[in-house]
Design a protein around this ligand. Structure first.
Ligand code: BGC
Length: 877
């Protein structure tokens, strides 16, 4: 489990904030530094006539740097303060230096980070001035004056600053089915994060949403590989928008499918599953050319990802053609010893990881983990002992320096400090629209919703703000928001609009009965080995006084709105065995049912990063709106939806398990799993399937038609489906049209359903639109052949039944001949470390020809390839 120093930890954060404020007071401003002061000059050209395609000044620096200094560039260290020279120590005791300044003057570290969305201060101006002052110090005091890279987790907006716009979490983004809107949001994140002085955001998370027990479920866009891929590509593009910011596709690869639902646990999967479902989203994101990739903290098929040369070099670089920087996850070289028990000591772990392809080591906040001095010394001795080739070090440092050149850091190490003020809290319309489009109406018995707006509303539940300590709005944001586990009780907060205010402005009258929720409990058991977090991801209560207030208010209400759910959470602290709501929330629902006697409508709103609740709860509710973690404008979007100012249009991007109280055996339930759905006594069908989402109006489809009835996947990778959609109700609304393959046969099992295309249309009552949906034939690809799953991925010839919507009209697509939509998707088998390029991925690496059987990429399918394959398959070396 990661050990971020989180700002939720009162004492620690106070100290670092105080220290920082002091530093900011003496800092000079960005303008005083000016462009290029003291920094090694560099350009991005290969001008020296050797035509090696390498930046000459990067090469010159590489010649100048000592081995120690090179390894310094490969080091990223978390900073709790931007103050280079405090009176007392502001670095962990075990880190081998006395001050933050010595990271640069003594070690020449290449990068710093603020992990867990928790910078030394949440005040924008303080941060930008602090980063500039530290950069200035670094450029002046380090031997070569190489600017550092500053990395942060701006994962759903720039959630590091008080007053920032935080966009809906990743799981909400998927429900919008609107990657263009999400890309627009990421452009704001790019601008805001760069304006703050950071150069690098550890986003997008590209891990499939598979297992709701996992504490990072909310970070996935979808369980569906196509959606995860489409959005990750759009997000990468958006985040790369500002020239001064780069993105990070993470966590490469297969982080999100831990065997037991626990964070950083190993994944057991098959090559067939990896290639069909798990890897394609990363591959899509890489097409948008992120500057960096972060490694999966877990293990896949018995190999820790950080030690997998096949994953980090053969697949990522040689096959997919990635040319950027590969960064470890937080303390993960150390975790090869502690978490995975894979190697006996840090030296062995470091050797394995760097030889596998890790370019930069992300070092956290101390504790028992080795610090930067130990890392540098260890790598230097490994090189001197011949256990890491020096060329590998040069390759890694080149990746670091070239990124700095690309970001323009040598020309301008610091940032204009006046910019952030104008950006902070912006992109409001984008954020509002995303929040609206991400709301999923799960149930609406007898048209309980929308409300007329004249009602007396009784509002209660832990997701509502304002019981005096202002903790409640935390549930609308989730983790990575002004703190690792979400905002602290009592703030500071991002810009936020609260449901109580927004609803009050839209209904006859509003009475709020508070219940209790505390977000801080996750930290309490830190380091004790005790269960540090409850299954509900927060501490909830419904006291006797609250219960009697509820009992007296309920009979007078025209409608009761209960905002239920789970606390904000993150990583291992968010893991849970059960998905039921906390028992105090169930009691709240029961009390309302008793007092209203089935006469008064009861509406449930769920604020959660996972599918929360059980039939026991839902049976007592008349309508149910899943709002996920909708961010800054979530309160307004929910209020609009409740009163019908907005007509809900979101679609679940994951499948909601039927028995959340006993998920063992019923999760994962992703909709594209292989048959059968149910065995024996257990109903393994989801309660709400991927794609579920109601509206206040009804839509009907016409007969679909295809642009071609027969297709050859080697010739084309898409086909267009044409269908009329009519709004047959009496309210305007958006509708997401989805097309699935629902029946097909092939040489291996076919999933129950597969999403091929989707689009969102807005329709007035009675209006019809003809929708041209582009269907992605790659989504039909399978890995044929027997168990091994090594054959090239193809779309097999045959008839595919296509269904529009959940259960709409169907048509048949005929694939005339078996073929690949992707020439390059021949898997790298054979060839060990250092064997050079396999078939190129996006044309940037390898020979790009991808000839069948040419495993080692020498453009000759020959006996060497056969022998390599044999070695691979038999495990001999
Ligand atoms: C997480 C990463 C994150 C990093 C820095 C790790 O614990 O796994 O996703 O980017 O911390 O905060």
């Amino acid at each position: 489990m990661s050990e971020h120093s989180d700002e939720n930890d009162g004492d620690a954060s106070d100290t670092s904030r105080r220290t920082f404020m002091k530093a900011a007071g003496v800092a000079t401003t960005a303008s005083a530094v000016g462009a290029g002061t003291g920094a090694a000059a560099a350009d991005d050209d290969d001008d020296d006539g050797d035509e090696d395609g390498r930046d000459d000044r990067v090469e010159a620096l590489l010649d100048d740097l000592t081995l120690e200094q090179k390894v310094g560039q490969m080091t990223q260290v978390a900073v709790g303060s931007f103050d280079p020279e405090p009176d007392g120590s502001n670095v962990p005791d075990s880190f081998g230096v006395d001050t933050v300044g010595e990271y640069f003057s003594e070690l020449g570290v290449g990068s710093i980070l603020s992990g867990g969305a928790a910078p030394p201060s949440f005040d924008a101006q303080t941060v930008v001035e602090g980063v500039n002052a530290l950069q200035e110090y670094n450029v002046e005091q380090s031997d070569h004056g190489i600017p550092f890279l500053y990395g942060v987790d701006a994962t759903h907006g720039n959630g590091l600053l008080e007053g920032a716009t935080v966009f809906p979490q990743r799981m909400n983004m998927g429900a919008t089915r609107n990657p263009a809107l999400v890309e627009e949001a990421e452009r704001h994140t790019s601008d805001s994060t760069a304006s703050m002085g950071a150069h690098w955001t550890f986003a997008p998370t590209t891990d499939l949403q598979r297992d709701p027990r996992w504490g990072r479920f909310f970070e996935g866009i979808s369980e569906d590989p196509k959606l995860e891929g489409d959005f990750s590509r759009a997000r990468t593009r958006g985040l790369e928008d500002d020239d001064r910011l780069t993105s990070c596709v993470k966590h490469f690869a297969a982080y999100s499918i831990p065997n037991n639902g626990n964070d950083r646990a190993p994944a057991s999967t098959s090559l067939r599953d990896l290639r069909t479902n798990v890897l394609p989203p990363y591959r899509e994101a890489l097409k948008a050319e992120p500057g960096t990739v972060m490694v999966n903290s877990g293990a896949v098929n018995g190999k820790p990802a950080h030690a997998s040369h096949w994953l980090l070099t053969r697949l990522l670089r040689d096959h997919y053609g990635f040319e950027g920087l590969v960064v470890s996850d937080y303390d993960d070289l150390h975790r090869l010893v502690t978490n995975h028990d894979y190697v006996p000591d840090f030296r062995a772990g470091t050797r394995e990881a760097i030889n596998a392809g890790v370019d930069m080591y992300m070092i956290g906040n101390g504790g028992s983990a080795p610090g930067p001095v130990q890392f540098v010394e260890t790598v230097v001795s490994l090189v001197e002992d011949g256990e890491i080739p020096e060329e590998r070090i040069d390759e890694a440092v080149r990746n670091v320096l070239e990124l700095k050149v690309d970001l323009g850091l040598f020309e301008a190490p610091t940032v204009d400090e006046s910019r952030i003020g104008g950006v902070l809290g912006g992109a409001r319309e984008t954020s509002e629209e995303m929040a609206r489009q991400s709301l999923v109406l799960l149930e609406n018995a007898e048209e309980t919703l929308p409300l007329s707006g004249d009602e007396s509303v009784l509002l209660a539940g832990p997701g509502v703000d304002g019981d005096g300590n202002n903790t409640r709005a935390l549930m609308q944001h989730g983790g990575w928001t002004l703190g690792w586990q979400g905002p602290s009780n009592g703030g500071p907060y991002p810009r936020q609009r609260l449901l109580s205010d927004e609803l009050e402005a839209r209904v006859g009258s509003l009475t709020h009965v508070p219940t209790y929720y505390d977000n801080s409990t996750w930290w309490a058991g830190q380091g004790t080995g005790e269960n540090q977090q409850s299954d509900e991801n927060g501490d909830f209560a419904f006291t006797d006084e609250q219960e009697s207030a509820m009992r007296s208010a309920a009979p007078d209400a025209d409608v009761v709105v209960l905002v239920l759910g789970e606390g904000s959470h993150n990583e291992g602290f968010g893991d849970r065995d059960e998905l039921v709501l906390d028992e105090s929330q169930q009691r709240l629902v029961d009390v309302v049912a008793e007092e209203t006697d089935g006469e008064t409508p009861v509406v449930g709103v769920v604020l959660a990063g996972s599918p929360r609740g059980s039939a026991e709860t839902y049976d007592e509710l008349d309508a149910l709106l899943f709002a996920g973690q909708p961010g800054s404008d979530g309160g307004a979007a929910i209020a609009e939806a409740l009163v019908g100012e907005y007509n809900p249009s979101g679609k679940l991007a994951f499948s909601w398990p039927r028995n959340p109280g006993t998920p063992v055996g019923t999760t994962p339930v992703q909709y594209y799993r292989y048959p059968p759905t149910s065995t024996g006594a257990t109903d393994n069908t989801p309660l709400y399937r991927f794609g579920h989402g109601l509206s206040y109006t009804d839509f009907e489809y016409g007969e679909p038609s295809l642009s071609a009835s027969g297709v050859d996947p080697s010739e084309t990778d898409e086909v267009t489906l044409n269908v009329d959609v009519t709004n047959v109700g009496d309210r305007a609304g958006d509708h997401v049209v989805e097309v699935f393959d629902t029946q097909s046969y092939g040489s291996v099992l076919q999933p129950l359903r597969r999403l091929l295309g989707y689009d969102r249309v807005s329709l007035e009552p009675g209006e019809t639109a003809t929708v041209d949906l582009s269907l992605d034939l790659a989504a039909l690809a399978v890995v044929p052949g027997d168990l091994l799953g090594l054959a090239p991925k193809v779309v097999e010839a045959g008839d595919y039944e296509l269904t529009v919507g959940d259960d709409g009209p169907t048509t048949t697509l005929t694939v005339d001949s078996t073929g690949s939509t992707d020439d390059h998707d021949r898997f790298p088998v054979g060839g060990g470390p250092g064997k050079g390029h396999g078939p190129g991925g996006n044309g940037k690496g390898g020979n790009g020809k991808g000839r069948e059987g040419d495993g080692d990429g020498d453009d000759e399918p020959d006996m060497d390839d056969v022998l390599d394959l044999l070695r691979e398959v038999t495990g001999s070396s």
